[in-house]
Design a protein around this ligand. Structure first.
Ligand SMILES: NC(=O)c1ccc[n+]([C@@H]2O[C@H](COP(=O)([O-])OP(=O)(O)OC[C@H]3O[C@@H](n4cnc5c(N)ncnc54)[C@H](O)[C@@H]3O)[C@@H](O)[C@H]2O)c1
Length: 165
């Protein structure tokens, strides 16, 4: 059974990193549609996310900021922006960070995020702050298609493409 809990996002304030494209952009628009306010932080901010939000009449709850998540001060600035613009912060989505290295290094980095999130959940539990990790299967983001990718190619590079899912 699928339970739609998106209504619970209404009124919340979220910072989403890597929100200028792909999964992060989809999350930003989904949060806005659910009634949340969003600080969309990305190393390269263009007009795409704002345009899509404006089409849905949602742009007034979107604040875009140029931020590199590898820079502590940029992350702090993103959080401060949420507080200054929307008065609080409820949700942090640590989405930015794609594969720019070998698959092994990428996997190691993702494993580190999973363990870091587990420990952050323990550390932050006394303040009733939840920390969860989402590990999606391959998702066809525009950047992949722009680089000549396709669903067929995605399946072809699976090490065991005919495995039952
Ligand atoms: N697409 C998939 O199939 C898939 C599957 C599993 C996990 N993921 C993970 O989901 C996340 C998003 O992936 P995507 O496919 O949407 O990628 P994407 O390339 O479409 O989008 C990534 C966004 O992050 C931004 N970004 C990159 N480095 C940044 C930095 N240092 N600081 C701030 N922003 C930065 C980029 O400008 C871009 O807008 C990544 O962490 C990726 O590893 C993706």
């Amino acid at each position: 059974m699928t339970v739609d809990r998106s209504a619970e996002l209404a009124g919340n304030v979220a910072v989403i990193t890597g929100a200028a494209s792909g999964i992060g952009q989809g999350l930003a628009l989904g949060f806005l549609q659910a009634g949340a306010s969003v600080v969309a932080a990305d190393i390269k901010v263009d007009t795409a996310t704002r345009g899509l939000a404006a089409d849905g009449g949602l742009a007034d709850r979107l604040h875009e900021i140029t931020a590199d998540v590898t820079q502590d001060e940029d992350v702090a600035c993103s959080v401060a922006t949420a507080r200054d613009r929307f008065g609080r912060i409820d949700i942090m989505v640590n989405n930015a960070g794609g594969p720019s290295c070998s698959p092994s290094l990428y996997a190691a980095a993702k494993a580190a995020v999973v363990r870091m999130s587990a420990m952050a959940a323990v550390e932050l539990a006394p303040w009733r702050i939840r920390v969860n990790t989402v590990s999606p299967e391959p998702i066809m983001v525009p950047g992949f298609a722009d680089n000549g990718g396709s669903a067929e190619r995605l399946i072809a590079v699976q090490p065991w493409p005919e495995a039952p899912r």
